[in-house]
Design a binder for this molecule. Structure first.
Ligand code: TRP
Length: 476
């Protein structure tokens, strides 16, 4: 049956697509700013522990569920565990829709930056912080922004259209082909920028901030942010990998593939940090300030253009332009995976036409993203939500999605242990990896999926909820 739905051509295609889903704005935009806000090296350590201890087992579980059932996220849960569990899949699908709604807005920013750096006068502007705030609020006025045609509405619309075009092409022609080109290019440019960044004055203090832990920085929020970020970055907890797993052939090795995907994703996040912190410290040194690292969501949109402008008008345009273009590509391989999840659901469970579903959902999600887009200052009420401790709507949606990812991951483990049974997981993993049944990995997965993941993810998810709505400082 799964052959009628399309398949990945093979292991490499699957790994590239899943790694493409994982590598995105999460790695290049979110990871550096969260690390900056959470003490640098300490955050990196927490993050790595989360990936190894919690994310890798959940990733294997998701892929196995998808491949065992051969259906979309909700269909897979229903098929293996009955209708009630199907709601867990639905919950994930809805979370994915909301992730895409705000993700597409940020991807639009990256696209706008690509245009402004390559063709506009951004690099000679000087005040990159001010530019960013004007930029994100430039939504409906196509004549503004130095005459560059377009505004965020157009940027993010184009982004959604590009996503829909690729997803409409189906698994091999669309999703796989796109990833094969973009992923390697991203590595090359990241490493080139790192090499340049390391030669700048004060770069080494950035490296130190990023790699030498100051344990006094370890706080509960560091742990919670690290966990959320790890789930988000590896595309876990909402069925994206169930969906991709459902297109994976039976003879492919799941634990091995999951290891490669995790390492690929983590290495890009690591490299993004290694790129950003030398730049941050160079900038702090140059401007004589010390608050650049904690700039939050605008971080890469402020420090990177500054550096590209240092490179001079021609090189800066070229390197900066290619960099943001690649960020767009990385984001695109992620938006593709986000859109594929609800598309697969409607195609599999409701037997709807793939193209119709793709365009309908793309339009819906684009509209759902509009409140996030105008929440950066344009509409003050959305900029400072009264029920959400004065934060903006985009952060609110992002936080709610983060919560649903860790909750989703926790419930997935419960599903495997209580409903599907761990023996079935073992059987699915043995297919394609004959040595699994006698391996240490089997014991590790039994222990983590059986105990560590459900318990820790459960407790930490509750803490995240408390943190977001009440504030941990008011509780602990
Ligand atoms: N992992 C992607 C990133 O880091 C975002 C993403 C794509 C995602 N698909 C997902 C996050 C599914 C959670 C679930 O940019």
């Amino acid at each position: 049956m799964s052959d009628n739905r399309g398949n990945f051509s093979g292991r490499i295609g699957f790994i590239l697509a899943a790694a493409g889903s994982a590598v995105g704005l999460g790695n290049i935009w979110r990871f550096p700013y969260l690390a900056g806000q959470n003490g640098g090296a300490v955050f990196l350590i927490v993050y790595l522990i989360c990936v190894f201890l919690l994310c890798y087992p959940v990733m294997i579980g998701e892929i196995a569920i998808g491949r065992a059932a051969g259906l979309d996220a909700s269909g897979s849960y229903s098929k293996l565990g009955g209708k009630r569990w199907g709601y867990l899949g639905m919950f994930g699908i809805i979370a994915g829709i909301f992730i895409l709604s705000f993700y597409n807005v940020v991807a639009g920013w990256a696209f706008g930056y690509f245009l402004h750096i390559s063709f506009g006068s951004l690099l000679s502007d000087g005040d990159f912080g001010a530019f960013f705030s004007t930029f994100v609020n430039d939504i409906f006025d196509p004549t503004s922004m130095q005459g560059l045609a377009g505004s965020n509405l157009i940027f993010s619309l184009l982004f959604m259209v590009a996503t829909a075009v690729i997803v409409a092409q189906g698994i091999q022609k669309g999703i796989e082909a796109a990833n094969k080109i973009m992923m390697p290019a991203l590595y090359v440019i990241l490493i080139s920028i790192i090499v340049y960044a390391l030669t700048l004055p004060n770069a080494m203090s950035g490296v130190e901030f990023y790699l030498v832990p100051d344990m006094s920085e370890l706080k509960w929020t560091t742990v919670l942010d690290g966990l959320k970020q790890a789930f988000f970055s590896l595309s876990l907890g909402m069925g994206a990998l169930i969906t991709y797993g459902s297109y994976l052939k039976k003879h492919e090795n799941i634990p091995g593939s999951a290891a490669i995907i995790s390492v690929a994703d983590t290495s890009v996040a690591f490299l993004a940090g290694l790129m950003v912190f030398p730049l941050v410290h160079f900038l702090q040194f140059k401007l004589g300030v010390d608050n650049v690292a904690t700039a939050g969501p605008p971080l890469i949109f402020i420090v990177l253009p500054q550096i590209f402008s240092e490179m001079g008008p021609i090189l800066g345009r070229f390197v900066g332009g290619s960099f943001f273009l690649l960020v767009c590509f990385a984001a695109l391989t992620s938006t593709i995976s986000l859109l594929e999840v609800p598309v697969a659901y409607l195609v599999d469970s409701k037997k709807m036409n793939r193209k119709t579903v793709v365009w309908g959902l793309a339009a819906l999600i684009f509209v759902l993203g509009l409140p996030s887009m105008v929440s950066q200052g344009m509409i003050p009420a959305l900029n400072k939500l009264t029920f959400y401790r004065g934060q903006d709507f985009l952060s609110f949606v992002a936080d709610m999605c983060d919560i649903s990812l860790t909750v989703g991951g926790c419930l997935m483990c419960v599903f495997i242990v209580k409903q599907w049974r761990i023996g079935n997981l073992d059987a699915e993993l043995t297919s394609g990896s004959p040595t699994y049944s006698t391996s240490f990995l089997k014991k590790y997965l039994h222990f983590t999926i059986g105990y560590v993941c459900p318990i820790l993810l459960g407790v930490l998810s509750i803490m995240v909820i408390l943190e977001k709505f009440i504030g941990l400082e008011n509780i602990l």
